[in-house]
Design a protein. Structure first.
Length: 327
């Protein structure tokens, strides 16, 4: 896991060979306790289990972070899509409320794919329906052997679908302008202005480090503590698909901080927002999994006092971002 952790801290530290893997972890009635790891055959999938499940969700449960939330400030259960974008690694997945064979329900089940050095848009287009189908099958399965067989079958189907998709010319992606409009953003509306203000303030350490030359970037990140200090933001999603929204915000945040970073996007089922964690997630950042908007408001709902100078600069940034050629 060490070399993938290096990539988590610096997405350009190393390159992996192209490929696709699919694994599962968490709780399922077919196991008396946590699932024996299935298909976690890459460092990135092992890291996803460690950061998301063991340290993140496990740490939040052990620390009783969700226990004090009143019902009106809490999401009723786990029901989330996610994607972790880190350099050339794309890890889409789903997690949902589950239980083990002894009936314990505090932990979810998680399915996660790892695509290395493959087009993220193609991966997300293929993975979203495949992971939804996989979740439905795992929910219906009643034994460990059934889950293992389902994973093997769906892994092959997803690989074939992705091979076909990559071999076929991709249609033109949605323009940034059209995606921004579906999210509800414009150069001068409060939704965009408040979101930009949040991004700039929450990620100020990343922005500062990105302005240093060459080797000093790595030193600057270490000195500022932001190499390991993850940041959470709740961003508006509007009427977009999960993949379209995640890639839009990835490009936007990279544009603001001046370079790419490790991005974990999480969207609750039916929620009008998308949570973003920049850096290595921990329990405090993954608090968002069970926190409703009454507990963690979306960035566009925070009533900042914005100056005329900020509004003018925001309009310039908005236009410059839309004019930049997407990756």
């Amino acid at each position: 896991m060490a070399s993938w952790l290096d990539r988590l801290r610096n997405p350009f530290a190393s390159k992996a060979a192209p490929g696709l893997s699919l694994g599962a972890f968490g709780k399922h009635p077919g196991w008396s306790d946590h699932i024996e790891d299935i298909g976690l055959d890459t460092e990135a999938l092992l890291a996803a289990r460690q950061f998301l499940y063991v340290q993140g969700i496990g740490g939040a449960i052990d620390g009783a972070l969700w226990d004090s939330l009143p019902p009106e400030q809490s999401l009723s259960e786990f029901d989330h899509a996610f994607v972790w974008l880190c350099g050339d690694d794309c890890l889409p997945g789903r997690l949902w409320a589950s239980r083990d064979g002894k009936g314990r329900t505090r932990y979810p089940m998680v399915v996660c794919a790892h695509a290395a050095c493959l087009p993220a848009r193609a991966v997300l287009d293929c993975a979203e329906p495949a992971l939804e189908r996989l979740e439905a099958k795992c929910r219906a399965a009643d034994s460990a052997s059934s889950v293992q067989a389902i994973l093997e079958s769906e892994r092959a189907i997803l690989r074939n679908a992705l091979d076909t998709r990559i071999a076929t010319p991709l249609p033109e992606p949605h323009s940034r302008q059209s995606t921004a409009e579906r999210i509800g953003l414009s150069a001068d509306n409060d939704r965009f202005l408040r979101t930009l203000y949040t991004v700039q303030n929450q990620l100020a350490a990343y922005t500062h480090a990105s302005k240093l030359p060459g080797e000093l970037q790595r030193i600057g990140m270490k000195l500022s503590g932001s190499a390991l200090l993850a940041q959470h933001l709740r961003l508006p999603a509007g009427q977009t698909s999960f993949g379209e929204c995640a890639l839009f915000w990835k490009d936007f945040v990279s544009f603001i901080i001046g370079k790419p970073a490790p991005y974990l996007f999480i969207e609750p089922g039916g929620g009008p927002w998308m949570d973003l964690i920049v850096g290595a997630p921990g329990p405090r950042q993954l608090f968002c999994l069970k926190a409703s908007s009454a507990s963690l408001p979306c960035a566009d709902q925070i009533p900042y006092n914005l100056t005329p100078e900020f509004r003018a600069e925001a309009a310039r940034i908005y236009c410059a971002f839309l004019a930049e050629k997407a990756n």
